[in-house]
Design a protein around this ligand. Sequence first.
Ligand SMILES: [Zn+2]
Length: 334
Amino acid sequence: MSTYLLAGPNLRCWLAVLDEHEQNKYEEGPIFEVLMLRTPSGGYLFDPAGRCIYCGAGGPLTREHIVPFGLFGDLVLPAASCRGCQEVTSGLETFVLKRMLGVTRTKYGFRSQNSRKRRRQDGASIRRIERDGSRTEIPLETDQLPFHSWALPVFNTPALAWQAPYEDVVRDDKLEFRVGRDDAETALEAGGGLHPIEMPVGVYDPQKFTRFLAKVAHGYACAVLGVDGFPHLLGEFVRSGHEQPRIFVGGELDIEEPRPTIYELALGTTLAWNGQRFLGVRMRFLSFLGTPTYTAVVSEHLEQEIELPDHAAYEKPIKVTVKGRNDEVLFRSG
Ligand SMILES: [Zn+2]
């Protein structure tokens, strides 16, 4: 029984490779295969925050992994989250890591804090579409996982920095995905070779995903600037969301080339179209898979110019070789 679901009513991402219409979609994206993955150790321990960075409460406080452990997050902000907020943020992380990126993470062997639990969830399945339209579930072993590299939304600029009607801001948002060619072929073979195959890509929830991005951005800003170093904008959004979740969080519609990093974080000035300045965090996760870039506005109306420290940009490097069409090596690091 597959627990992976469709992305959403208008964001269908099932890959039906034999279907004429879906074939174009499959061919659209860059096709690549990650051959090797090795992460150097390292990381950074920031000064303790001393109070909850989301709600301001005093102790007892837990440490914050700014980027989740499950994405090789190694930036730690000690004494930064009260128990209540920690429950909320770990719920957001669980959603993104398991429901959105679970298959991707399993496929590439990403670690989990509870590896025994993860192994039990490792099995996944594809669905063969029979002639009468019915679906036959085909369970697969972990090493057979023939899945997409990722499925993630691409966003336009955060509404706050765009200063346009919300509908205009979100008009171009869409879910993107990349599929390995070998993955698709393996899936077809597993289904007998003659039937279209459905490969579940995971659940997408704009509220939870944008709040997750806001959590990372806010945590990073607090770590780099200090919890009192800037007026907070995102704490409440992380804790309880907003009916217009793209107010604070957005991204870039153009997807950059893959880079040999697991994730990238950078704190800097985001300029609105009307010239207003914001403090923003630019984020990219699983950059070696050529993923989209996101931005979150962490603070508005800065009273004075903030001088950014050296570590306002951080990359988690990775040793990786990525192969494209016709076995052409797209890049090799290290
Ligand atoms: Zn709190």
